[in-house]
Design a protein around this ligand. Structure first.
Ligand code: G3P
Length: 215
C-alpha cells in the first residue's frame, strides 16, 4: 500500500520523506490555505524534491475551466496529478485528461456508485473520504470495501486512494482491505510509530548498555 501525505506543509513533507514514507502528496484548497503560502510556489517546491505523484485540485466547476487549470498546473512540475470534484463536469474533464494521458484524482467521493462512474471515466485515482463519513455516523471503511470489490470484479485500473484519514485504524483497515493508497495527515503518520513497549524497551536497552558501553 502506498503512503501519500495529505498536506501542503513543505517542512512536514520533507520530514516524512526523510523517513521514506512519502510515495506521493495530496493537496486541496483547505490544505493550501492552511499552509499560508502561494499555491504555485508551494507546489513547485514540493515537486522539486518529491518524485511521486502530487495531486493539485482544480477550482472551476466546468470541464472547460478544469482543463484550463490543468494546463497551468502541469507546468508546475513533471509529476502533477489533476484533482477534480465528483460531478458530471468533473467526469467530462477526467475523460478528456485521461485521453491525453494525464493522471487524475477524483475527490469528494462518498458512494460506491460515484467510484464506479470515476473508474468508467478513466480516473487514475478515486478518493473516498472515510473520516467525513464517520463524522455523519456512516462507517467510512465500508465504502472502501465496496469499491475494492467492484473494481476487482471488473478489473478497473483506477487506484483506491483512502482519504480523510483521521487515525491509525483507518490505515490498518485500508491495508487489510487492500486499498492501493492511503493519504495520511502528518500527525497521523507520526502516530503510527507509537507503542509504549517500544519506548520502555529502548529505555531498558540503554540502561543495560551502560554496563558495557565505552565512553
Ligand atoms: O484528502 C482529503 C482530505 O484532506 C480531507 O480530509 O480531514 O478534511 O476530511 P478531512
Amino acid at each position: 500500500m502506498k503512503f501519500f501525505i495529505d498536506t501542503a506543509d513543505v517542512s512536514a513533507i520533507r520530514k516524512a520523506n526523510e523517513m521514506g514514507l512519502v510515495d506521493g502528496v495530496t493537496t486541496n484548497p483547505t490544505l493550501i490555505k492552511k499552509a499560508g503560502r502561494d499555491h504555485e510556489e508551494t507546489i513547485r517546491e514540493i515537486s522539486s524534491f518529491i518524485t511521486g505523484p502530487i495531486s493539485v485540485e482544480t477550482l472551476s466547476l466546468t470541464a472547460e475551466g478544469m482543463l484550463k487549470e490543468a494546463d497551468e498546473y502541469l507546468k508546475w512540475g513533471n509529476n502533477i496529478v489533476i484533482k477534480v470534484v465528483m460531478t458530471p463536469e468533473g467526469m467530462k474533464a477526467v475523460k478528456e485528461l485521461s485521453k491525453r494521458g494525464i493522471k487524475t484524482n477524483v475527490t469528494l467521493c462518498f458512494t460506491a456508485m460515484q467510484a464506479l462512474i470515476a473508474a468508467k471515466a478513466g480516473a487514475t485515482y478515486i478518493s473516498p473520504f472515510v473520516g467525513r463519513l464517520d463524522d455523519i455516523s456512516q462507517y467510512g471503511m465500508d465504502l472502501i470495501r465496496q469499491i475494492r470489490g467492484i473494481y476487482d470484479n471488473y478489473e478497473f485500473e483506477t487506484e483506491v486512494l483512502v482519504a480523510s484519514v483521521r487515525h491509525p485504524i483507518h490505515i490498518l483497515e485500508a491495508a487489510e482491505i487492500g486499498a492501493d493508497v492511503v493519504t495520511v495527515p502528518p500527525s497521523t503518520l507520526m502516530q503510527l510509530f507509537n507503542h509504549p513497549l517500544t519506548d520502555s524497551g529502548i529505555k531498558a536497552f540503554l540502561e543495560d548498555a551502560k554496563a558495557f558501553a565505552k565512553g
